[in-house]
Design a protein around this ligand. Structure first.
Ligand SMILES: Nc1nc2c(ncn2[C@@H]2O[C@H](COP(=O)(O)OP(=O)(O)OP(=O)(O)O)[C@@H](O)[C@H]2O)c(=O)[nH]1
Ligand SMILES: [Zn+2]
Length: 328
């Protein structure tokens, strides 16, 4: 049987059977020995044998992992020279879209975090979508101004307005949601998939003792009104445990792909230019001076470069707060 992994918990994998229809019970499975050390993650398409009835206590086995069309990774840190930095984790397989959830206020948007997510998305070959929440509290001009050169797709979320724009961008696709604590991600997931009943917390309540899963979970979206009832309505994957995207696994070259507005500015760089602030004759300085890209974008790119080199605070926990703030 073909299965789609929707949750992972202590060596047990929850799978749905795409061929059995949306009302079929989920199947619990374990890895078969022949998989070796290959990890199975949420979003994986797998082959199942054994008891796939979904009855209480039934246990199937995963014997095959289908080739992944995308792999979203993160490392605990940015610095590949440390053990933590080398600890690479696959967050989700086969996602089509990375939904970067950022509040417009309370907490203020952190473009450093968004930039980091964009690098991860381009590296994973997943399309980014900027999802700006709490649009009742502040306007999007500052954030959108920062990304003018990028033509980044975005949606605005108002607490009382319909979610039609977002729903149509999610329909039929597998989308991963990432965002800092307090940006309204759980609130949004609950609006999209009311049955999911994700816990909604308080802004910056540290150690609140809420009992929530920290691993990724895939939630089936309800069928779109007027949509094809038999078609795949799509999935959103909530990632409650992902608070930062360490980028040690991303090469310095790939890092630049997260900044497409800067790429053209490097064509006149000397061979093997590291593009750092100290690099002599780096073309990026002239590019920005000529008004071709926002200087804050160059600063953000160079902050990530420095962070990968082991300089600076990789998780950006001590960054200054601002509107919008640069760290992340
Ligand atoms: N004004 C306003 N407040 C919102 C909106 N969406 C969520 N909130 C509030 O923001 C707070 C945080 O919302 P959550 O949904 O828990 O945020 P989260 O991103 O899931 O954060 P964690 O639960 O920590 O993972 C809650 O008090 C929500 O009621 C919105 O659109 N406008
Ligand atoms: Zn350069």
């Amino acid at each position: 049987m073909d299965g789609f992994v929707i949750a992972v918990d202590r060596g047990r994998y929850t799978c749905v059977l795409p061929d059995a229809g949306p009302d079929a019970p989920t199947v619990t499975a374990m890895r078969a020995r022949e998989l070796g050390r290959k990890s199975v993650v949420v979003g994986d398409r797998v082959g199942l044998v054994g008891d796939t009835s979904g009855a209480a206590g039934a246990l199937a086995r995963i014997v095959r992992i289908a080739e992944r069309r995308s792999v979203l990774r993160r490392t605990a840190e940015d610095d590949a020279t440390t053990a933590e930095g080398r600890l690479e984790r696959v967050v989700v397989a086969n996602a089509d879209q990375l939904v970067i959830v950022s509040a417009l206020a309370d907490p203020p948007p952190r473009t450093g975090f968004i930039d980091r997510c964009l690098v991860a998305a381009y590296d994973a070959d997943i399309e980014p979508l900027l999802c700006l929440t709490k649009a009742d509290l502040a306007g999007p001009e500052a954030v959108l101004g920062y990304y003018t050169e990028l033509e980044l797709p975005y949606v605005l979320i108002q607490p009382d307005a319909e979610l039609d724009a977002l729903r149509s961008l999610l329909a039929g696709r597998v989308s991963v949601m990432v965002g800092h604590s307090g940006v309204g991600k759980s609130t949004l997931v609950n609006r999209l998939v009311p049955e999911a009943a994700r816990a909604v917390g308080e802004v910056s309540a540290i150690g609140r003792g809420r009992h929530t899963s920290t691993s990724a979970v895939a939630l089936r979206l309800p069928p779109a009104p007027g949509g094809d009832a038999d078609g795949d309505p799509g999935w959103i994957i909530d990632t409650p445990g992902v608070r930062s995207f360490g980028l040690a696994h991303v090469s310095a070259d790939s890092l630049l792909h997260g900044f497409p507005d800067l790429v053209e500015g490097t064509v006149d760089c000397p061979a093997n230019c590291p593009h750092t602030a100290e690099a002599p004759d780096c073309g990026l300085d002239a590019w920005v001076a000529a008004g071709k890209a926002d200087p804050r974008r160059l600063a953000s790119y160079r902050r990530l470069l420095a962070s990968r080199a082991g300089e600076g605070d990789p998780r950006g926990e001590h960054e200054p707060r601002g509107e919008p703030s640069a760290g992340g």
